[in-house]
Design a protein around this ligand. Sequence first.
Ligand SMILES: [Zn+2]
Length: 110
Amino acid sequence: MVVDAKGRVLDMGRAVRLATPAQRQAILARYATCYRDDCAIPADMCEIDHVKGWAEGGTTDLDLLAPACTWHNRDKAAHPERYCVRRNEDGTWTLLYLGKRGRFAGRFRR
Ligand SMILES: [Zn+2]
């Protein structure tokens, strides 16, 4: 079990969907901005995204949460095929945009 310096649990599994205040605080210490690679929205103005979507069975564990601005969080939820995630050496995540055609790019090429 992962806990912070105050003993607060940082891995909630499927018990809660929304990040806890302790998780949010830990995430803000790791990220300066939205985790989309070219988005400059400050992390403290972001929502907390499940790197592996909640609807797909993702968990509310610190290691699988990242800050996403409202626009990127909603666009990723609505169009998951347009995004992929990269794990960085420091353990953080980067959200990469694949383009509007996403993984289907090329299907209609001649
Ligand atoms: Zn963003």
